[in-house]
Write a protein that binds this ligand. Structure first.
Ligand SMILES: [Zn+2]
Length: 385
C-alpha cells in the first residue's frame, strides 16, 4: 500500500508500478507499507527488485530503488502490516492508494478511513483509491469515505470461485480444467484410496496431469498441460505484469486528479477485462443501504426461530457479504456466544444448541464481532413465519 503527498500503498505487483508512477508524476512525499519480503518468484514482474534483494523487505528495497532513480522524492518505507498503524498515522496523509492482495486488509483500511471521518473537519476525509488484479482482470476505484460507496458496500460483488457441477466433471467435461478437476476430485480417491493428495509433490501432479490428459483426449479437449494442472489443483491465478501496469496507471491517474484538481476524478469504479480482447467499463457503484461500515442502521436479517444458534452462525458464515469465521454474538440483554476467551466460550457454548426463539425476540438486534470484521456488525434478526 502507498500513501502520497502523501499517498501510500503496498510494494508488490501493483505497488512497484504505483510507486514508480507516483514518483514520476511529481509526488514528493510518499509512504509505503508492505509486510512481505522479496521472493525469487517476484522478480519476473516486481521490477524494483533484483536477485540480490531476495529475502529483504519489499517496502525498504522499493523505496530505496525509486529514490535512487527519481530525484526529489522522499519515500518512507514501513515493513509491517497496515493494521500496525492507527488513525493518528493515517491522518497525516492526503490520500491512500491500496494495492493489497487480501480482502481482510482492504476491509480494515476501508473501515478505518470511514471511521476517521469527522464531519466538522474536512481534512479528516481521506480518499481511498483501491486497485486489484487477478490474472487478466483488474479493477480500480475511488472511495470517498462516508460520501460514496465504500469497499464494504461492494463486498457481495466478490464471487466465490465458480464451482463446476460434479455431473459435468463425471460425465461431460467441456474444458481442460474439468478434466484436471475430474482427475483430482474423482480419480485420485478412486484409485489411490486413502492416500492423501499432496499438491506440492511433483509425482502426484504428474499422475493427475497424465490422467487428465487421457480424459481430455477421450473428449477431444485440448490444452491440458502440466503447469495448468498445477494451477488448477493449487487454485493459482497467475499474476500478469501488464494487468498490474494498467490498473496501477489508473490508480495513479486518479491520485493526480484528486490532489491537483486538474480534472474530475473517476466516479467511481473501473473494471478492466483483458482475457478476451481489451475492455474497460466504468460505472458508479452505489452506496449499499445498511452497509455495516458506512451506513448507520442495523441491517434486517431474516431467520427462522426454529434454527439453533449454531445453525444461525453457520448460515451467517455462508453469506458472501458478511464473511465471518469465528464470530462472537450478543444482544443488548445477553451474551449469546463468545468465541473467546475460554471461560466465556465454555459459559456460552450450551446456547449453540438452543433455538433462536428461546434466546431472543423477533426483531432483536444482534451485535456480531469477528477477527475478520474490522467493525461490529449489527443485525435485526427477524423471525420468518
Ligand atoms: Zn459502505
Amino acid at each position: 500500500m502507498t500513501v502520497a503527498d502523501h499517498p501510500k500503498c503496498g510494494a508488490g505487483g501493483l505497488g512497484c508500478e504505483v510507486l514508480k508512477n507516483l514518483a514520476l508524476s511529481g509526488f514528493t512525499d510518499i509512504h509505503v507499507i508492505d509486510m512481505d519480503t522479496i521472493d525469487v518468484s517476484n522478480l519476473n514482474r516486481q521490477f524494483l527488485f533484483r536477485a540480490a534483494d531476495v529475502g529483504k523487505p519489499k517496502a525498504t528495497v522499493a523505496a530505496e530503488f525509486v529514490m535512487r532513480r527519481v530525484k526529489g522524492v522522499t519515500i518512507t518505507p514501513y515493513y509491517g502490516a497496515i493494521q500496525d498503524k492507527g488513525p493518528d498515522y493515517y491522518m497525516q496523509f492526503q490520500l491512500v492508494i491500496c494495492g493489497l492482495d487480501s480482502v481482510e486488509a482492504r476491509r480494515w483500511i476501508n473501515a478505518t478511513l470511514v471511521d476517521m471521518v469527522d464531519p466538522e473537519n474536512q481534512e479528516s476525509l481521506k480518499p481511498l483509491i483501491d486497485g486489484g488484479t487477478e490474472g487478466f482482470k483488474g479493477q480500480s476505484r475511488v472511495i470517498l469515505p462516508t460520501l460514496s460507496s465504500c469497499y464494504e458496500c461492494s463486498l457481495d460483488m466478490l464471487t466465490p470461485r465458480a464451482a463446476v457441477p460434479m455431473c459435468t466433471l463425471a460425465s461431460i467435461p467441456r474444458q481442460p480444467a474439468h478434466c484436471i478437476e475430474w482427475a483430482s476430485i474423482l480419480e485420485w480417491p478412486r484409485i489411490m484410496g486413502d492416500k492423501k493428495l499432496d499438491n506440492d509433490d511433483p509425482e502426484h501432479i504428474t499422475w493427475l496431469y497424465e490422467k487428465a490428459l487421457e480424459r481430455a483426449k477421450e473428449f477431444n479437449i485440448t490444452g491440458v498441460t502440466y503447469s495448468m494442472t498445477q494451477g488448477v489443483v493449487k487454485n493459482i491465478i497467475p499474476a500478469i505484469a501488464s494487468t498490474n501496469a494498467i490498473i496501477a496507471a489508473s490508480c495513479c491517474n486518479e491520485a493526480l486528479k484528486i490532489i491537483t484538481s486538474c480534472s474530475p476524478f473517476m466516479n467511481n469504479y473501473m473494471m478492466y477485462m483483458g482475457d478476451e480482447g481489451v475492455y474497460t467499463h466504468t460505472f458508479e457503484h452505489e452506496k449499499k443501504e445498511g452497509c455495516p461500515v458506512c451506513g448507520t442502521l442495523a441491517t434486517d436479517y431474516e431467520a427462522s426461530g426454529e434454527w439453533t444458534l449454531d445453525e444461525f452462525i453457520e448460515r451467517l458464515k455462508e453469506k458472501p457479504d458478511i464473511q465471518i469465521k469465528k464470530p462472537t454474538l450478543s444482544t443488548e440483554r445477553r451474551k449469546l456466544y463468545y468465541a473467546g476467551p475460554p471461560q466465556l466460550m465454555e459459559m456460552t457454548r450450551p446456547n449453540l444448541d438452543k433455538k433462536l426463539k428461546d434466546l431472543m425476540d423477533s426483531g432483536e438486534e444482534v451485535a456480531i464481532t469477528d477477527p475478520g470484521l474490522p467493525f461490529s456488525l449489527r443485525l435485526n434478526v427477524i423471525f420468518s413465519k
